[in-house]
Design a protein around this ligand. Structure first.
Ligand code: F6P
Length: 326
């Protein structure tokens, strides 16, 4: 028999992403509107294990829609990967009277949710929140648009100094397993070349490409390297290129965690609000172990197992082909 849901818990887990706050706000206000109680769980799954809970009302989420980060804090929690950790988490949920969970995060978050929900039959709905945009089931994840805009702003600035000094810059962007930011920002930032985790780029081919540019009197260039690029990151690629091609003064710039911060774009705020709203409705409709996502312009659910296991690459073939040409 399906237990009536009276109280839900909400948490953010894994790497923070701009728009997570907008999503928490939507979850809390939608749930309250539908007559549910809401508990905020702090520091992701660690907060479940430590019973780091706080009851939320509509004012708890005032003035946060425009803020990056997550008011609920986040963590990458190793203890939740153990049966003992998850058992402790379940006992805490029961004591607090929390009947269902909404988890906002990436694939690590969903993997934990899947285990937990199966083991203890806790209804869970996942919301994709990560700047990496690497989750199946949603065209875009919360935070991806903002991160792209942050990266573009940085590339534009680097281009000014690269052009003034006639330098070659290797700019490293985030994405351990996903080249979404690199490809998108590389195209939007007019990069000379883009190195992705999903695709091998031979250093010699890159050098030929840069030589071609030098012959055509290109006085400066920007190469975007995803953090997880198969060659080993921007410093390594720059070193290897320099060994054989020394036409330009060469610099490396690692954009790092600044890509995860900042006010969410309008797109991310609306996406986050829609997904938060949808997640509460899915819980109330009795659905569990699903994620909510945007496909086309519609909100759709995906079984959480599929969202984790489907590694369909999100890099559109037309973008990949265009990046080679432009
Ligand atoms: O998952 C988002 C992400 O920013 C990745 O792009 C990056 O590889 C990773 O998190 C960095 O994680 P941390 O902040 O824990 O070092």
């Amino acid at each position: 028999m399906i237990k009536e849901i009276k109280k839900i818990g909400v948490l953010t887990s894994g790497g923070d992403a701009p728009g997570m706050n907008a999503c928490i706000r939507a979850v809390v206000r939608t749930a309250l509107h539908k007559g549910l109680q809401v508990t905020g769980i702090y520091h992701g799954y660690q907060g479940l294990i430590d019973a780091n809970f706080k009851e939320m009302d509509t004012r708890s989420v005032s003035n946060i829609i425009q803020r990056g980060g997550t008011i609920l804090k986040t963590a990458r929690c190793l203890e939740f990967k153990t049966v003992e950790g998850r058992k402790q988490a379940y006992d805490n949920l029961k004591t607090a009277g929390i009947d269902a969970l909404i988890v906002i995060g990436g694939d690590g978050t969903f993997t934990g949710a899947n285990f937990f929900s199966k083991e203890f039959e806790v209804p869970i709905v996942g919301i994709p929140g990560t700047i990496d945009n690497d989750l199946y089931g949603s065209d875009y994840t919360i935070g991806y648009d903002t991160a792209n805009n942050t990266v573009i702003e940085a590339i534009d600035k680097i281009r000014d100094t690269a052009a003034s000094h006639e330098r070659l810059f290797f700019v490293e962007v985030m994405g351990r397993d996903s080249g979404c930011i690199a490809l998108n920002a590389g195209i939007a930032g007019g990069a000379e070349a883009i190195l992705l985790p999903e695709k091998e780029t031979a250093i010699d081919d890159l050098i030929h490409h840069l030589e071609d540019g030098a012959i055509k009197k290109k006085s400066s260039s920007i190469v975007i390297v995803a953090e997880g690029d198969q060659n080993g990151g921007a410093y390594y690629v720059a070193k290897k290129v320099k060994e054989k091609f020394n036409h330009y003064d060469t610099k490396v710039s690692i954009l790092g965690h600044l890509q995860r911060g900042g006010a969410p774009t309008s797109f991310d705020r609306v996406l986050a609000s829609r997904l938060g709203f949808a997640a509460v409705n899915e819980i109330l409709a009795g659905n569990t172990r699903v994620t909510v996502g945007l496909r086309g312009n519609e909100i759709k659910t995906t079984p959480i197992e599929e969202a984790i296991s489907n590694k369909e690459i999100k890099l559109s073939p037309d973008l990949l082909e265009m990046a080679e040409i432009l």
